[in-house]
Design a protein around this ligand. Structure first.
Ligand code: NAP
Length: 483
C-alpha cells in the first residue's frame, strides 16, 4: 500500500525542528510544527544572558545546506546565532507551518497514527511525530537553602531578566560551567562587584576570538566552494580530530590539551592563590570543556572575586558561605545548568497498548540509537537520549539523525511497513553496549557533571563520530518491528 499523503507533527521550532521542517518541505510532505514560544530558535531564543556565544565554531554550527557567509566571529554571539535560525526559517517560509504559542501536552498512538494534543485545546491526527525538543531547556535551580529569602532580583541564566540593571550593582554568579564562565567574561568590570561562586574549577580552553573581516565575508558570499571547504575542513577536524578523541581519556590529545590549558593558567593568572583556585583536579574533558577567550582576564579584575568556599545558604542580603561570611550582593544569577533528562517531558505520551512514556522512562530516559523507543511506533527524536551531545556539533548530529528517520519513513510510505519502532531486544542490546563503552570514556574518570545519569554512568554517545555516521547511514531493518 502506497501512502502518498502522510502527516507529520514536529515538536519544537529550535535548531532540530527547523531542520526537520525544511527536509519534510523539500520532500513535499505535510507537516505542522508545534512551538511553545512565539518565535523560532530554541535554546538561542531562551538564552539571552550577557556574553552568550556559540563555542563551537560558527561555520560548523550551520546547516550543511544553508552555510552562512555572514558569520561575524569564529564563536558567534548568541544573537547572531538566533538571527541565523530566524533567517533560515523565514527563507523557507516555515512560519506558515508553525503553531506558535502552542505546547504539545499529549500524544497517543491508536494503532495506526498519533493523536497530538496541545495545551490550548488543539487536537490532530498525525502519521509520524518528530520530537525536536532539545536537551538543555529545563533550567535547574540549585538545591541551595534560602533561594526565596534573597531580597533582590534572582533568576536563572536561561531566564535572564533584562529589566534588571547590573551596572553599579553587586552581582553573584553561582556556577562556572560554559554559561557562568561566559557571563563572568562579559560582566566582569561592568558591575560594581561580581562574585563568582565556583564549586569546581574548570579546564578552560584559551581559544582566542576571531572576527571575520568584511573581505573574508565577501569572499564567502561570492565563492560557495570556499565556504563549503571551510565548513568541511572545520567539521572534519572538529568531529574526527577533536571530539572523537576527547571521549577517550588515554589519548595523547587529552594530555596535549591539558598542557595547553595548564600553560594558559600558569602564564595568564598572576596571583598564585587565584591560580590554585582555578586549577582543576580531574582529567580534562571529564566535564564538558569550557572555551573562553576572556574568563582569565575577567577573574583578575579588581571588581571580580572568585569564591570557592561552599555556599551555606542565601539570605535576604546575599550569599552566606560555609565559613560564616555573608557576601553582600544586589542580584543573584543562577548559572546552575539544566535538567537534562526531561527531553520532551512533561508530556503525556501513550504508545502501543497505552503504555506511558513516563513509565518506560521511569528509571531514566533511553533510546535505541538515540532516536527511537520500543513501543512508540513512528515516533522519533532528534538529539534525544544518548545522542552525541558531548563536544560534537548538534546540527551535524541532527542532520544525520533526520536522514536516517527519513529512510524509515520511506519504508513505511512504500508499504513495506505498517509502522516502525525498535524491537525491545535491539534497544536493550544497544543500551548494554553503550553503557559498557560509556564507562570507559573520559566522562567517567571521576568528576561531577551533567553527562552522568543517576547511576553515575555517562548518558551520551560514547563512540567516535564515524561510528555514529556509520550507524546513521542505513537502518538495520532487523532491529525494527514493522508489522
Ligand atoms: P553546567 O555545565 O551544568 O554548569 C552548572 C554550574 O553550576 C557548575 O559550575 C556547577 O558546579 C554549578 N552548580 C550547580 N549546582 C550548584 C550548587 N548547588 N551550588 C553551587 N554550584 C552549583 O551548566 P551550564 O554552564 O549552563 O552549561 C550547560 C551546557 O550548556 C554546557 O555544558 C554546554 O553544553 C551548553 N552551553 C553551551 C554554550 C556554548 O557556548 N555553546 C554556552 C553555554 C552553555 P559543579 O561543576 O561543581 O557541579
Amino acid at each position: 500500500m502506497e501512502r502518498p499523503d502522510p502527516k507529520f507533527a514536529i515538536i519544537g521550532a529550535g535548531m532540530s525542528g527547523i531542520l526537520a521542517a525544511i527536509k519534510l518541505q523539500e520532500a513535499g510532505l505535510d507537516f505542522t510544527v508545534f512551538e511553545k514560544a512565539d518565535r523560532v530558535g530554541g535554546t538561542w531564543r531562551e538564552n539571552t544572558y550577557p556574553g552568550i556565544a556559540c563555542d563551537v565554531p560558527s561555520h560548523i554550527y550551520s546547516y550543511s545546506f544553508e552555510l552562512n557567509p555572514e558569520w561575524g566571529y569564529l564563536s558567534s554571539p548568541g544573537e547572531e546565532v538566533q538571527r541565523y535560525f530566524e533567517m533560515v526559517a523565514e527563507k523557507y517560509g516555515l512560519d506558515a507551518h508553525i503553531r506558535f504559542g502552542e505546547a504539545v501536552s499529549s500524544a497517543a498512538w491508536d494503532g495506526e497514527a498519533w493523536h497530538v494534543g496541545t495545551d490550548n485545546g488543539f487536537s490532530g491526527r498525525f502519521d509520524w511525530v518528530i520530537a525536536a525538543t532539545g536537551v538543555l531547556h529545563h533550567p535547574k535551580r540549585p538545591d541551595i537553602d534560602g533561594l526565596d529569602d534573597f531580597a533582590g532580583p534572582i533568576f536563572h541564566s536561561a531566564q535572564w531578566d533584562h529589566d534588571v540593571e547590573f551596572e553599579g550593582k553587586r552581582i553573584a554568579v553561582i556556577g562556572n560551567g560554559s554559561t557562568g564562565t561566559q557571563l563572568t567574561g562579559a560582566l566582569g568590570g561592568r558591575t560594581e562587584k561580581l562574585s563568582l561562586f565556583m564549586r569546581t574549577a574548570q579546564w578552560v580552553v584559551p581559544l582566542e576570538q576571531v572576527e571575520y573581516s568584511e573581505e573574508e565575508k565577501q569572499a564567502f558570499r561570492t565563492d560557495a566552494d570556499l565556504l563549503r571547504e571551510l565548513h568541511e575542513s572545520l567539521s572534519d577536524s572538529f568531529h574526527e580530530g577533536f571530539a572523537s578523541n576527547i571521549i577517550d581519556a588515554e589519548t595523547q590529545m587529552v594530555r596535549d590539551m591539558e598542557v595547553v590549558c595548564t600553560d594558559a593558567l600558569e602564564t595568564r593568572i598572576a596571583d598564585p592563590v587565584l591560580r590554585e583556585k582555578l586549577r582543576p583536579d580531574y582529567t580534562l574533558g571529564c566535564k564538558r570543556l569550557v572555551v573562553s577567550h576572556n574568563f582569565y582576564d575577567a577573574v583578575q579584575l579588581p571588581s571580580v572575586e572568585v569564591v570557592t568556599d561552599a555556599i551555606d545558604r542565601l539570605e535576604s542580603g546575599g550569599v552566606r558561605t560555609a565559613d560564616g561570611v555573608l557576601h553582600e550582593v544586589d542580584i543573584v544569577v543562577l548559572a546552575t545548568g539544566f535538567h537534562v533528562d526531561s527531553f520532551m517531558r512533561p508530556m503525556d505520551i501513550h504508545g502501543v497498548d497505552g503504555v506511558l512514556l513516563d513509565d518506560v522512562w521511569k528509571e531514566r530516559p533511553s533510546a535505541y540509537l538515540a532516536l527511537g523507543i520500543h513501543g512508540f511506533p513512528n515516533f522519533f527524536m532528534l538529539n534525544g537520549p544518548n545522542s552525541p551531545v558531548g563536544n560534537f556539533s548538534l546540527i551535524a548530529t541532527a542532520e544525520l539523525q533526520f536522514s536516517y528517520i527519513m529512510q524509515l519513513v520511506e519504508m513505511w510510505r512504500s508499504g513495506q511497513a505498517d509502522f516502525v519502532h525498535p524491537a525491545d531486544e535491539a534497544a536493550a542490546r544497544f543500551e548494554a553496549e553503550r553503557v559498557e563503552a560509556a564507562k570507559k570514556t573520559v566522562w567517567a574518570t571521576g568528576c561531577r557533571s551533567w553527562y552522568l545519569d543517576d547511576r553515575g554512568i555517562p548518558f551520551a554517545w560514547p563512540f567516535p563520530f564515524d561510528r555514529f555516521k556509520a550507524e546513521m547511514a542505513e537502518p538495520k531493518l532487523g532491529d525494527y518491528i514493522t508489522h
